[in-house]
Design a protein around this ligand. Structure first.
Ligand code: UGA
Length: 427
């Protein structure tokens, strides 16, 4: 397994758990050292346990690429990063470096399985240009796991997509997944790549759609929770991904939607819907600032607490998290911003977090003496806060902007807070 980010680490550990012998490599020496010692360098439930048992069973090893001396094996999986370039394209340099590393090691007739999310057409080009004459057969095998429930998703996927042309290679990848019950879909390489992008883009579209509806609900006096429930009962629509709020973040949706839009543009196609999805998502991040301005006139000097920083609960990941933009916007307008997140330690700050955000060690500490609070990430502990106590420690007007519609607004108003949700009236 080349690349030990979320996908690579989970796949490596899970494959070892299924009985395969797995070698995980990564250019990040610290990460490799952590995995060697059985320490998972990021928060992912269930992963530490499987990591320890894989190491103890001797089926799982980790090495820096320069130290690898053993043969690479029958299946070489690539799960390196494919970050966005500033203009929206995809930076494939890590994929190219991984393939070059594999080629230099002159593997036998192996199957190269691409788990990284690469733009449609990439695999075809790699097969024609970089893998020709190497004996490496190529299979695209996109990954659909979610951070925070990645191990569960690995063992219980909705589907396994195998994009390839070589029957033997496809069969070997099917064997790799033996024991996992899921429909296996064999497609062309480019279709497999497209399935990954289209799936993420569709889910992002659902989120932006419900956020658009929420914007209108607020104006006509409808309630987005009731509306989302009402439309979600239609099985053609379904209830999931209809939670209105501050929009999507993370290492996947923002990057993948931008990349698909860019891929459309370079192929001479105007994918209009995606532009709207991106614009709506960007706009959602302005809601807290707009709500505060409505109440305070200006946010200059206003003390604001951000509850939650990660892009969703259950992870310690801050990549493209709405909290980063929300915090920056408030700071630029002169607010005094403090924050608390159960997974982001106070003290040394965080490389992705603006230094001006004052990180606190508990929600109550962050809320002490503030005029306004923004719920950015719906961690369960925020829903269970002792609000009777919070109303005593916050100062007037005690504005709660519920960016995830996770709180009981009516109860908060009764307690003496000023409450605003997204599309729940007033926002
Ligand atoms: C997402 C996909 O769900 C996975 O299937 C995919 O494999 C992964 O990206 C990837 O491409 O690697 P993930 O980034 O872990 O997984 O996060 P999600 O749970 O899908 O949530 C994404 C964002 O959407 C979060 O910021 C969440 O708060 C937001 N969201 C989700 C909403 O705003 N409303 C909703 O109704 C659902």
């Amino acid at each position: 397994m080349v690349g030990l980010g979320y996908v690579g680490a989970v796949a490596a550990v899970a494959l070892a758990h299924s009985g395969h012998e797995v070698l995980g490599v990564d250019v990040d020496r610290e990460k490799v050292a952590a995995f060697q010692q059985g320490i998972c360098p990021f928060h992912e439930p269930e992963l530490p346990g499987l990591l320890s048992s894989g190491l103890a069973a001797g089926r799982l090893r980790f090495q820096h690429p320069q130290e690898v001396t053993v043969p690479l094996g029958e299946i070489i999986l690539v799960a390196v990063g494919t970050p966005s370039r500033p203009y929206g394209g995809t930076d494939l340099s890590q994929v190219r470096a991984a393939i070059q590393w594999v080629r230099q090691r002159r593997p036998g007739p192996a199957v190269l399985v691409m788990k990284s999310t690469v733009p449609p057409g990439t695999g075809r080009r790699l097969v024609d240009e970089e893998l020709a004459g190497t004996g490496l057969r190529y299979v695209a095998n996109p990954e659909f796991l979610r951070e925070g429930q990645a191990v569960r998703d690995w063992f219980h996927p909705d589907r396994i997509v195998i994009g390839g042309e070589d029957e033997e290679a496809i069969d070997l990848v099917k064997k790799m997944f033996a024991g996992i019950k899921a429909p296996v879909l064999v497609t062309g390489i480019t279709s497999a790549e497209m399935i990954k992008y289209a799936a993420n883009a569709f889910l992002a579209t659902k989120i932006s759609f419900i956020n658009e509806v929420a914007g209108l609900c607020a104006r006509v006096g409808a309630d987005i929770d009731e509306v989302a429930y009402g439309i979600g009962l239609d099985p053609r629509i379904g209830p999931s991904f209809l939670r209105a709020g501050l929009g999507y973040g993370g290492s996947c949706f923002p990057k993948d939607v931008r990349a698909l839009e860019f891929c459309s543009a370079v192929n001479g196609y105007n994918f209009e819907l995606l532009r709207a999805v991106i614009n709506v998502n960007n706009r959602q991040r302005l809601l807290p600032l707009q709500a505060l301005r409505r109440v305070f006139g200006t946010v200059k000097g206003v003390k604001v607490a951000l509850l939650g920083l990660t892009f969703k609960p259950g992870t310690d990941d801050l990549r493209e998290a709405p909290a980063l933009d929300i915090g920056r916007l408030l700071i630029e307008e002169g607010a005094e911003v403090r924050a608390y997140d159960p997974q982001v330690a106070a003290g040394n700050g965080h490389p992705l977090l603006p230094g001006e955000i004052d990180l606190r060690t508990s929600a109550l500490e962050a809320l002490q003496g503030v005029q306004a609070a923004v719920l950015v990430t719906e961690w369960p502990e925020f829903c269970e806060l002792p609000w009777e106590q919070v109303v005593q420690i916050m100062v007037s007007p005690r504005l709660i902007f519920d960016g995830r519609n996770a709180l009981d607004g009516r109860k908060l108003i009764e307690l003496g807070f000023r409450y605003q949700g997204v599309g729940r009236g007033g926002a």
